[in-house]
Design a protein around this ligand. Structure first.
Ligand SMILES: [Zn+2]
Length: 396
């Protein structure tokens, strides 16, 4: 019967020193040490979460700063754009005015060229006429003259006309040169304005480009910031949840602490004095099933079926149902360290439920023989910091 032996060994070791199977449900919620551990964990998470929020806040601050710098840049660029636009507008006016001047100058130049040309033609004709006369009509002039004096007068008159014409032509040429110079100056000025205009337009285009680029970056930063704010909200929500969890755990701990004033020391007898007899003590004993020597983690108190079992101290019921080995079982948490277990309760004999606060001496169950038991008795275990200890010093 290998199986039976193996089972027995397992059972025995479980009964002996083994930590009782972690009771599900309320037990895990009410065990003080467990609550303390949970609170510590929640606080660690909370701290990590606070750091998360801080990290995000710092990221947001960085982006905000970048955005601020960018906004300043945009203002500077925009100011420059305004300046350059003003310059362009001014240049546009200058070009318009100068173009008018250039047209006028060109007209004047055309006129003076025309004048020179006319004067040249006039002079050429005059000279030609004079010399024709000189060659052919010299005599005519001479002969036509009343005397030599008259002839000379006539000749002088002709010469004076030519000289006058020549002077006018020279004046005209000088005038033409001046007009030409002026026209060139105006053209030069116009070309200069046009070049400045082109350069300004290039600069404006460059500034527009910069402005658009900065705007795109700014929009991107705003998007990032918005996204970070969303994350921040989520993280803050998580932080709030942790704070709430912490608060509820702390409240739970306070409740558990307030339920029991037990500060250690003597426990009450779980069965009324005189109504039981000790049948098995704490420590090594002969296993009632196998006859082998095995550890016993509590006291056995034999009593008739149905005998009242009392809570050994104030506390909270953390387990109240069937447990392998112990049969129907109640476990009460008295403070952070001390927990008592009541086993082999009769069928239907559990009179408390998980989460219930009980007082010392309050009826919690009735004696029976459920589980691994050979007769009606109460198995009573005292756990200190999750380890079974000898109950005797607590109840004697
Ligand atoms: Zn026992």
């Amino acid at each position: 019967m290998r199986n039976k032996v193996t089972l027995a060994v397992v059972m025995a070791s479980m009964l002996a020193w083994g930590v009782i199977p972690a009771p599900a449900g309320y037990a895990s919620k009410t065990s003080l040490s467990k609550i303390n551990k949970e609170i510590a964990e929640i606080r660690a998470q909370k701290k990590a979460q606070q750091n998360n929020v801080k990290a995000i806040e710092s990221q947001i601050a960085t982006i905000k700063k970048e955005r601020g710098v960018l906004e300043q840049e945009l203002v500077v660029i925009d100011t420059k754009r305004n300046d350059i636009q003003r310059k362009i507008d001014k240049l546009d006016q200058d070009i318009e005015a100068t173009t008018k001047k250039a047209i006028e100058a060109q007209e004047k130049l055309d006129e003076s060229i025309e004048r020179v040309a006319q004067r040249e033609i006039l002079l050429k004709t005059r000279i030609k006429t004079m010399y024709k006369r000189g060659n052919v009509s010299y005599l005519e002039v001479l002969l036509g003259s009343s005397d030599f004096g008259d002839f000379l007068t006539r000749m002088q008159g002709l010469r004076m006309i030519v000289e006058n014409d020549t002077r006018i032509l020279e004046d005209n040429i000088q005038d033409k040169q001046a007009v030409e110079k002026h026209q060139q100056e105006v053209e030069g000025l116009l070309a200069n304005y046009k070049q400045m205009f082109a350069e300004s337009e290039d600069l404006k285009a460059e500034l527009d480009h910069q402005f658009e680029k900065s705007k795109v970056i700014k929009a991107e930063l705003e998007k990032q910031e918005e996204h970070l704010h969303e994350i921040e909200e989520e993280e803050e929500q998580r932080l709030i949840e942790l704070v709430q969890m912490e608060a509820s755990k702390v409240a739970e701990r306070k409740r558990l602490e307030s339920v029991s004033k037990y500060k250690g020391g003597r426990l009450g007898l779980p069965i009324a004095s005189g109504s039981f007899r000790f049948t098995s003590g704490f420590g090594m004993r002969s296993d009632p099933f196998t006859g082998r020597s095995a550890g016993h983690n509590g006291l056995d108190m034999a009593a008739p079926r149905g005998t009242t079992i009392y809570a050994a101290e104030d506390g909270i019921v953390v387990f109240a149902s069937y447990m392998r080995g112990f049969g129907n079982t109640v476990v009460i948490q008295h403070n952070q360290e001390i927990r008592t277990l009541y086993g082999h309760i009769r069928e239907g004999g559990i009179k408390v439920s998980v989460g219930q606060a009980v007082k010392r001496g309050q009826k919690i169950a009735e004696v029976g023989s459920t589980g691994r038991s050979t007769g009606n008795h109460l198995h009573f275990t005292v756990y200190k910091n999750n380890r079974a200890v000898d109950p005797a010093p607590y109840i004697r």
